[in-house]
Structures are given as C-alpha cells and as structure tokens.
Design a protein around this ligand. Structure first.
Ligand code: E4P
Length: 217
C-alpha cells in the first residue's frame, strides 16, 4: 500500500518523507488556502521534496479550461499529477490530459458508477472520499470495497486512492480491502504509531529499569 500525505504543509511533508513514509502528496484548493502559500510556489517546493506523484488540482469548471490549467500545472515538475473533479467536464479533461501522457487523479468520487467512468476516461487514480460519505451516514468504506471489486472484475488499471481519511481505522480498513493508495493528513498517519498498551508497557519497563540501577551506556 502506498502512503500519500494529504496536505500542503511543507514542514509536515518533510518530516514524514525523511522517515520514508511518503509515496506521494495530494493537495486541493482548501489545503492551499490553509497553507497560506501561492499554489505554484508551494507545489514546486513539495515536488522538490517528494519523489512520487504530487496532485495539484484544477479550479476551472469547463473541460477546456481544466485542460489549460492542467497543462500549466504539469510544467511545475515532472512528478505532477493533475487532479480534476468527477464531473462530465472533469472526465473530458481526464481523457485529454491522460491521452497527452499526464497522470490524472479524478477527485470528489462518491459512487462506484463515477469510479467506472473515471477508469474508462484513463484516470491514473480515482479518489473516493470516505470521511465525507461517513459524515452523511453513508458507508464510505463500502464504496472502497465496491470499486475494488469492479476494478478487479475488469482489470482496470486505475489505482484506488482512498481519500477523505479521518481515522487510523480508515487506513487499516482500506488496506484490508486492497485500496492501492491512501491519502491522509499527517496527524492521522502519525497516530498510527499510538497504542495505549504500548504507552502502558513502556511506563512499566521504564519504572522497572530504574529499579535495577543499571545503565546501557
Ligand atoms: C483528497 O485528495 C482530498 O484532498 C482529501 O482527502 C479531502 O479530505 P477531507 O474530506 O478531509 O477534506
């Protein structure tokens, strides 16, 4: 399973990347807003840190404008993936950009039917949003399972990029189902290291070690 970091926070990306935890990065207009940085400048900085795909999202709504924005974004660095929304225009842009040889991430996917269309349009990645489905009492993880089954049935090469991840369980559940990639905020990736029994065990080992009066170095 590949790990993408869902952020435009350069310091957070650098920290995880130094640990070998980053196979790619996803950004979106809200994350760019949160960073307070210029999109072209911050995206270039991220591409210089991370070797894998870095998704930069178009903001136009019409296909021809998305294509123009995508063609501009790919000039930032060779590892740019153009992110387009799952609309009919977004699918047209996906087809055009993928036909030009660019990687395309089709985002804002909320149904298996949408995921089929993205695969047919040549998407490199499909981004089903788990958390936002859970928010409206739909089962986000069930969507990941449906897409996995369908893509496997027909050997679609589009990679399932499980997105809108809010918890550690989202990551492990997506891994069990066989999502190709997860993209998660840095805090959720770091929270994967936490376990109450690890903390408790360490507390006891530390206390017992102190009683031995020994030193290792
Ligand atoms: C994916 O590429 C999106 O940037 C992201 O996962 C959205 O997550 P959110 O629903 O927490 O905003």
């Amino acid at each position: 399973m590949k790990f993408f970091v869902d952020t435009a926070d350069v310091a957070a990306i650098r920290e995880l990347n130094d640990l070998g935890m980053v196979d790619g990065v996803t950004t979106n207009p809200s994350l760019i807003l949160k960073s307070g940085r210029d999109i072209l400048e911050v995206t270039k900085e991220i591409c210089d840190i991370v070797e894998g795909p870095v998704s930069a999202e178009v903001v136009a709504l019409k296909a021809e404008d998305m294509i123009r924005e995508g063609e501009h974004l790919v000039k930032i660095a060779p590892n740019i993936t153009v992110k387009v929304p799952l609309t009919w225009d977004g699918l047209k842009a996906c087809k055009a950009l993928s036909s030009q040889g660019h990687k395309v991430n089709v985002t804002l996917c909320f149904s298996a039917a949408q995921a089929i269309l993205a695969a047919k349009a040549g998407a490199t990645f499909i981004s089903p949003f788990i958390g936002r489905l859970d928010d409206i009492n739909f089962d986000g993880m069930e969507l990941i399972a449906q897409i996995r089954e369908i893509y496997d049935n027909y050997d679609f090469q589009t990679q399932i990029l499980a997105a809108s991840i809010r918890s550690v369980n989202h990551i492990t559940d997506a891994a069990r189902i066989g999502a190709d990639v997860i993209t998660a905020p840095p805090a959720v990736i770091k929270a994967m290291a936490n376990h109450v029994l690890t903390d408790k065990g360490l507390e006891q080992f530390t206390a017992d070690w102190a009683k031995t009066g020994q030193k290792i170095v």
